[in-house]
Design a protein around this ligand. Structure first.
Ligand code: GDP
Length: 394
């Protein structure tokens, strides 16, 4: 069996186990390292070649797959990761890095349950960090922190352990101030801490990372890192404490799965009747319930046409279903459903159940933000559809 087929099978198995799914976003100020980190995670999960960029996918040699052509949609990537002998399906949704696209950031956040906040160790928390953290918390999305570019503190700024510690602690304190301010009236403590394992440090460029649990496991802590960075032993650092493992372990361990997240999130993000059957089905991640699919992104595939990607909160989405699209009259027929593997879309013969990120074709009236459902319902957001201008001859 080809490597690709094996991954597809593994993803299909995990799709039916919502407890093993993590839907996440990376929230960062521009240039703090979101793209470099994403490449690391995909490479670490075996989805792309180790030294590659996200555009250089590890391709199977099977002929039909080469002929079919591979499309990479950097807006949505999925990977599997084993943590404590349990495999996980990790779906990563891209968030626009610029403040101007605030609306889009919120929409992406609505589709996920965890946000990995990336902060450049040199620059610290910046205005856009604040914006994205606020947006994620407002959507009921749990944060964890990755402090990136720690190599620069050592090699460029020549900081010693004391200075480094003070600087990193300041970043954590700043992020926690933000979190505390936004979660005052929530009954959860979502502040991050090194001891809890909700903070990781590292270098996305040189692909090494550490967290409190990783230090216990590998024996590599800050003294070793400083010494190895100074001695230019970055490759050894990467091999001994790879960033992707540290971050993906943190994701699997600390971010809620859909079954934990949806009961809390649905009342926060959906304004429909909280006592309705539909609300109950969404809270329960009920794969036998009505289909409720929130579209976060529309992309073009040269072969398949428009692809609507989004979060399935309830029901099972299948080929041939006739679904309502919020804000439009009539229904659209689902032509195909699929999931992501790495950055590629994989069409499936079977349906995709609640809790997953699905890629759907045939929803010709859907736009980013649409609510697509098997019954008419209150949409997640109200969207104004701009109609084609009517040209009248005089
Ligand atoms: P994004 O805008 O958040 O996606 O940031 P990128 O991933 O594109 O990174 C911005 C710049 O920072 C690029 O030039 C990267 O090579 C560099 N960079 C990213 N991570 C690190 C790191 O850990 N250390 C150093 N020294 N540079 C990094």
């Amino acid at each position: 069996m080809g490597r690709r087929k094996k991954i597809v099978q593994e993803c299909e198995k995990l799709m039916d186990k919502p407890e093993q799914i993590r839907n996440i976003a990376i929230a960062a100020h521009v240039d703090h390292g979101k793209t470099t980190l994403t490449d690391n995670l995909l490479a670490g999960a075996g989805m792309i070649a180790d030294e590659g960029e996200a555009t250089r996918l590890m391709m199977d040699t099977e002929e039909d797959e080469q002929e079919r052509g591979i499309t990479i949609d950097a807006a949505n990537v999925s990977m599997t990761h084993e943590h404590e002998e349990t495999n996980h399906l990790i779906n990563l949704i891209d968030t626009p890095g610029h403040v101007d696209f605030g609306g889009d950031v919120t929409r992406a956040m609505r589709a996920v349950d965890g946000a990995l906040v990336v902060v450049d160790a040199v620059e610290g928390a910046m205005p856009q960090t604040e914006t994205v953290v606020r947006q994620s918390l407002r959507e009921g999305v749990k944060p964890a922190l990755f402090i990136n570019k720690v190599d620069r503190l050592i090699s460029e700024l020549q900081e010693g352990p004391q200075e480094m510690q003070e600087r990193l602690q300041k970043v954590i304190a700043d992020v926690n101030d933000l979190i505390r301010g936004m979660t005052e009236d929530m009954d959860v403590d979502w502040t991050v801490s090194v001891e809890d394992g909700t903070v990781a440090f590292g270098s996305a460029l040189y692909k090494w990372g550490v967290s409190a649990p990783s230090m216990v496991e590998t024996g590599i802590g800050f003294p070793e890192i400083i010494e190895m960075e100074r001695n230019d032993q970055r490759l050894e650092l990467h091999q001994q404490t790879p960033l992707s493992d540290v971050v993906l372990d943190m994701v699997a361990e600390h971010f809620p799965n859909p079954v934990e997240a949806q009961p809390r999130r649905i009342p926060a993000v959906w304004r429909g009747d909280p006592d309705s059957d539909l609300a109950l089905q969404m809270r329960d991640v009920d794969d036998d319930g009505e289909v409720v699919f929130m579209v976060t992104d529309i992309s073009m595939d040269p072969h398949a046409g428009e692809i609507a990607t989004g979060r399935l909160f309830s029901g099972t989405i299948k080929k041939g279903q006739e679904l309502y699209v919020s804000g439009t009259a009539g229904k659209n027929r689902v032509q195909s459903v699929g999931i992501f593997m790495g950055g590629e879309r994989e069409e499936l013969d079977r349906g995709v159940p609640a809790g997953n990120i699905a890629a759907v074709t045939g929803l010709r009236d859907a736009i980013a933000g649409s609510t697509v459902s098997s019954v008419e319902m209150t949409p997640f957001e109200s969207i104004e559809h701009i109609s084609e201008p009517v040209i009248t001859k005089s």
